[in-house]
Design a protein around this ligand. Structure first.
Ligand code: FRU
Length: 501
């Protein structure tokens, strides 16, 4: 019913029933985008992992199909990738779809397996000699194989997360894999567990004569806002080893929110590189206030490389197909914000599903921002803090924030010195996340903000900054309240798009 499904997103992909985490086996073939995903068909918490399956022709409208790969005697089916076997390397026919996943069990540990499909990804047959790859050193954390075609060597390559490294392998037949090298130890934030690798080659600033390799590394736990997040490393690959351009201490984030994880890209999409995040965080993914299902994907993002102050960064922008979600647009006249607040009932009628676009010029303001709010005063506060050079999304008063693990009952003293029994939630949710504005050029910031039933995603200047956060308002946000501090600021080209499928 609408009641128990209150937070089900309008335009983000969710499983019909059951639990979902990582996107798996993302592949494009014959007009269809395949989204497989970590799936528990038996309940709305993590467990019994299968590969669930949805397909789309436009990355926006998804059709739910039957789970494609079910757990077996080798264990649960953990994350992995799929490719189209264009040269029939594996022998299941030209253009067979080949899936690579981790089987995980106490008995066999984490081992890499393979399955093939000759019916456009609907059903898979597991390779009879699985596993195809086990760790040479008995590593316990060895998973999430990403397979890609490496043109210079005319071979398939696999990258596997191996504790605090990513390991490279290559193969001619997809069944026998040779170890090449590993990368990662000591790079980026620590402590961490590397998970869900991806490895993509992209032009720098659109220049195809200057290509760079990017390793996407999902890490958990230990990220700046707590729990899990996605970082990336830019560098070069010689067919054997990846060399990062930066020193070990440099960390670059693919998203600056708290609910962006296990992000990997579609294979077989030609010149486009499209990533799909899981929109949650392992700190509280199992206890979000949702009942009938759990887990959603953030919007698919197009990845590209840009240069800022001599450094190469990766932009992640909502795919252009999201324009197809617009059901109506309100244009708002440009305005200058003074210290006074401006309240405008702008998002009424969107039932919590809208997109806001605007160009913000802070001028002399030290803080300029807006709140998405509802009649109960619940709000998401989004602002530029020019003093610290940050864009911030604060969800500490966004609605439900107290869920999750409860602390041990204890006595606490009140203001009038009575002792009362208290049970607090260990709250990893009520907080703000921020990104450095130094990633942007110029004095005007273009904000593209996607709001759905339980999420807010911000893309600044075409994805130079992406920030994805869950929110659980007890009624939809229906107003915008702009404010500035320390001077006037300008807001131009404000558009409110109502979104729907
Ligand atoms: C990442 C992850 C993967 C693993 C999967 C299990 O979120 O921990 O490393 O394969 O989830 O569901």
């Amino acid at each position: 019913t609408t009641n128990t499904d209150y937070y089900r997103p309008v335009y983000h992909h969710t499983p019909l029933y059951g639990w979902m985490n990582d996107a798996n086996g993302l592949v494009y073939k014959d007009g269809e985008y395949h989204l497989y995903f970590q799936y528990n068909p038996y309940g709305s918490k993590w467990g019994n992992m299968h590969w669930g399956h949805s397909v789309s022709r436009d990355l926006i409208h998804w059709e739910h199909l039957a789970p494609a790969i079910a757990r077996d005697t080798l264990g649960q089916i953990f994350s992995g990738s799929s490719v189209v076997d264009k040269n029939n390397s594996a022998g299941y026919g030209k253009d067979a779809m080949i899936a690579f996943y981790t089987s995980a069990s106490d008995e066999h540990g984490q081992i890499q397996c393979m399955a093939y499909s000759t019916d456009n990804g609907r059903t898979y047959t597991k390779y009879e000699k699985n596993p195809i790859l086990t760790p040479f050193d008995g590593l316990k954390d060895f998973r999430d194989p990403k397979v890609f075609w490496y043109e210079p060597a005319q071979k398939w390559y696999m990258i596997v997360s191996a504790d605090k490294n990513m390991r490279f392998y290559s193969s001619s037949d997809m069944k026998n894999w040779e170890y090449l090298s590993q990368f990662g130890e000591g790079y980026g934030v620590q402590p961490n567990q590397f998970e869900c690798p991806d490895f993509v080659q992209l032009p720098v600033d659109g220049n195809k004569n200057n290509m760079k390799w990017v390793m996407i590394v999902n890490i958990n736990p230990g990220c700046p806002f707590g729990g899990s997040a996605t970082e990336y490393f830019v560098g070069d690959f010689d067919g054997k080893e990846f060399k990062c351009d930066n020193d070990k201490s440099v960390t670059k984030w693919l998203d600056f929110g708290k609910d962006h994880y296990a992000t990997v890209c579609f294979s077989n999409t030609g010149d486009r590189t499209i990533a799909v995040p899981w929109m949650s965080n392992w700190q509280y993914a199992n206890v979000t206030p949702i009942r009938q299902y759990r887990g959603a994907n953030a919007l698919p993002r197009e990845l590209s490389l840009y240069t800022k102050d001599g450094e190469i960064y990766m932009a992640a922008n909502a795919v252009k197909e999201t324009e197809g979600l617009r059901k109506g647009t309100t244009d708002v006249n440009d305005f200058t914000l003074t210290d006074e607040h401006l309240v405008s009932p702008l998002v009424t009628g969107t039932e919590g599903a809208c997109e806001l676009e605007m160009d913000v010029t802070p001028n002399k303001a030290q803080t300029v921002g807006f709140q998405l709010l509802n009649d109960k005063g619940e709000k998401v506060d989004i602002y530029l803090d020019l003093k610290s050079g940050r864009i911030v999304m604060d969800r500490s008063q966004s609605g439900l924030t107290a869920f999750g693990e409860k602390s041990e009952p204890h006595f606490k003293e009140t203001d009038d010195h009575r002792k009362v029994l208290s049970v607090n939630y260990v709250n990893d949710f009520a907080l703000g996340t921020w990104a450095p504005l130094s990633l942007c050029e110029g004095k005007t910031y273009h904000l593209d903000v996607f709001v759905d039933k339980c999420s807010v995603e911000i893309f600044v200047d075409g994805g130079r900054i992406a920030m994805t956060n869950l929110v659980f308002p007890t009624q939809p946000y229906n107003a915008l309240r702009f404010y500035t501090q320390g001077g006037e600021a300008e807001v131009k080209n404000l558009k409110v798009h109502q979104l729907g499928l």
